[in-house]
Design a protein around this ligand. Structure first.
Ligand code: TRP
Length: 329
């Protein structure tokens, strides 16, 4: 077995990934695969907690998500990529951990209350939705990772994971489950095209798989520094919605010229957008080539190999869990 420390993270298949996902999460995953033994998985059971009314839709997003990951630079030779529902041990551990989880911990979880309010159009008064953090705990503890790379929104779940691990260990007089640390992904500084948070539901995103011809008109319509009404007005890159895109995708050597041009009003937002279009094309081009080269058959093979690796690991953990709980007749 590898000497490297292990990390685990997952993502729900709820649609194609956009630039916000890339710079907020995936770029970090790609870096981490060089240093850690990484288990990255498609959390398709988790998607069902809120999308239970439309399971076929969720299933349809699975291959696309894997393709987006491969396009972004995840390398199945370096990390294990698998599908949650194909490693049934997660369900067994979920069931067992549920026995040790006080209801109050789940009811008090801030994401539980928030999500129920935000998704008021869906009926989330379900057992499965309340149990979301228990299933997530099973996903994580199964691989006994040192840490879990996630965004800030997931921290309450990770706190519960540690609490459940501690309670399981304490009640069973064992140290089977280590408490995984947070590995906070630096927050993505990219807002949507209209200046609001980038989100599929706002229609203000650029998808990784979106044809460049469709992206260009969107860039032309992007919101810039609102105080800059005429080209002769000086702008401020620090408040402009466009500049963060340049910082992430434009050749750093060009950034001073862009900043000064904006501040001195020697070039306009149209010039600035033209450069950004070139940058986007240069950034997304190779990514989309990799995506196009990743066929459905390849996705199947990647998942089959990753599932097998995850299953082998999960089987060992479950042997230990059953032993601790005296289910090993
Ligand atoms: N809850 C996570 C999200 O919505 C997805 C997820 C499920 C996850 N299981 C996990 C993330 C285990 C990290 C580890 O983004």
């Amino acid at each position: 077995m590898s000497e490297r420390q292990r990390i685990v993270s997952g993502m729900r298949p709820t649609g194609p990934l956009h630039l916000g996902h890339y710079f907020g999460v995936i770029a970090n995953w790609v870096r981490l695969q060089e240093e850690y033994d990484c288990f990255y998985f498609v959390a398709d059971w988790h998607a069902l907690t809120s999308e239970y009314a439309d399971p076929t839709r969720t299933k349809g997003f699975v291959p696309g998500l894997v393709k987006d990951w491969i396009a972004s630079g995840l390398d199945p030779e370096k990390c294990s990529i698998f599908q949650q529902s194909m490693v049934k041990e997660h369900a067994e551990l979920n069931l067992l951990l549920g026995m040790f989880t006080p209801l109050g911990w789940l009811e008090r979880c801030p994401t539980y209350k928030d999500q129920k309010e935000q998704l008021a159009q869906k009926d989330l008064n379900t057992f499965g939705f309340l149990g979301y953090p228990v299933l997530m705990t099973a996903d994580i503890l199964m691989y006994k990772p040192c840490a879990v790379p996630v965004g800030k929104d997931q921290l309450p779940h990770l706190e519960l994971t540690r609490e459940i691990a501690r309670r399981f260990n304490h009640l069973n007089d064992t140290d089977l489950f280590p408490e995984p640390a947070d590995m906070l992904t630096e927050e993505c500084k990219l807002d949507g095209l209209d200046g609001r948070k980038m989100s599929k539901s706002y229609g203000n995103s650029i998808m990784l798989s979106e044809p460049i011809e469709e992206i260009l008109p969107k860039v032309r319509g992007m919101k810039t520094d609102e105080n800059r009404l005429r080209k002769s007005d000086p702008g401020d890159p620090n408040v402009c919605n466009l500049y963060p895109y340049h910082k992430l995708m434009t050749d750093p050597a060009r950034l001073p010229e862009i900043r000064e041009g904006c501040r001195n009003a020697t070039w306009g937002c149209v010039d600035c957008k033209k450069v950004l279009m070139e940058s986007l094309e240069a950034f997304l081009g190779p990514l989309q080539e990799r995506r196009a080269a990743c066929t459905d058959d390849m996705v199947r093979d990647i998942l089959a190999a990753g599932n097998a690796k995850a299953r082998a690991f999960a089987a060992r953990t479950m042997d230990e869990v059953r032993q601790v709980l005296n289910f090993d007749f």
